[in-house]
Design a protein around this ligand. Sequence first.
Ligand code: PLP
Length: 465
Amino acid sequence: MHDGRFDQRELLMEVTERASRFLLALPDRRVAADPAAVAALEAWSASLKLPDAGIAPRDVVAELDARLSAATVASAGPRFFGFVHGGSLPAALAANWLAGAWDQNAFSTASSPAGVLIEALAGAWLLDVLGLPSDAAVAFTTGATLANFTALAAARRRVLADAGWDVEADGLFGAPPITLLVSAESHPSVRKGLGLLGLGRRRVVELEVDRQGRIRADRLPDLDGAAIVCAQAGNVNSGACDPFEALHDWCAERRAWLHVDGAFGLWAQASPTLQSLTAGVALADSWATDGHKWLNVPYDCGIAVVRDAEALHGAMSFGAPYLPTEARREPFHYGPEASRRARGIEVYAALRSLGRRGLAEMIETGCRHARRFAEGLGKAGHTVLNEVVLNQVVVSFGAAEIDRAVIKAIQTAGECWCGPTNWQGRDAMRISVSGWATTDDDVERSLASILQCASTVLRDNAGSR
Ligand SMILES: *Cc1c(COP(=O)(O)O)cnc(C)c1O
């Protein structure tokens, strides 16, 4: 018999070696996944049958490293500007490993006092840095999609309870109708959440937006009866934020619930110089945001915040004879899941390592980098389509097929990674600067590569006419 504990130590040291090697190489490797490695992985995974006999843990890890590392996208590195990703702060990644060893089930105090307490602390710190009411309820979810769903479940409960209907007990058949007012520029996850809640993706009334994608407070419709209004902090293309003060006043007069999807834009609240963008956002009834985007914690981590803790509790709580019944805020009474990892641990670690100032700097630096991209692209004669108010840049190099070709050339060159989007009916390229690791030099290298790719595509296109 071998000593199992000794084996595990060896194994974890080896994983540390492999992971460190991966992370050290990250700033210099091509950003897109290596196509040959992806093809090899595809062939291997398609042919591998589950064997009757297993293999040693260290062989499992060695095989994963050999087969997958080169097939990863370097989104944890400094020059990935696709979607709205972030990387993993060193403290957050290390905390994630330790938490993996602990393997705590954060659903309740009985199963994990440590997990529940650290999440309560992380939740209180989040409310503090995001400037949200200190007595709001916080739920850690897998992402902003589920955070939107969670907050909207609380909204559904409250507006129907006010109309004399218990939706958790009686469902939606025969319930009073709820009017859903959703920004025409809302993220699709908001409608998905409404669909999952039985409120209907297509039943929404779209609120008119301006050219930056902000709800027009001067064009709100007539309204009466139960209503939920969905606004956003951080348009997924432009980064623009809705006029929260005006929306709040309008909702308060009509007793409508105001929800804000702030997956990344809510983090403007963490910076004294950016807070004016999200002015009044704290007046809303509920918020959704992500930890795995701009806070740079590992996947998966989203956060739902609800001012009316009772509404969230009513929507989410459940009981069983073996479950704790104490009055304390047990996580399983406030979120969509029961058993889950304590994802608040990495949130705590990120905030603890950054501090208030480090967090503000990380957010402000992303915005500064975005402005530099916009400036460089504009100077070279390309069209920046949005006002760059946050970390997002939408740019076009010409007709749709030109943009597509430039994006492909950028991804193939591998110096950085940007993806396509459609902004108010026009195909374009999107740059999102959300990773903690991006330096000024990374921005210059990436800009040079983007401009080079664009000029090659434009020259070839002119030549082929
Ligand atoms: C990313 C994003 C979401 C969805 O978040 P996930 O973490 O991917 O579930 C929702 N809304 C906005 C504005 C986003 O940027």
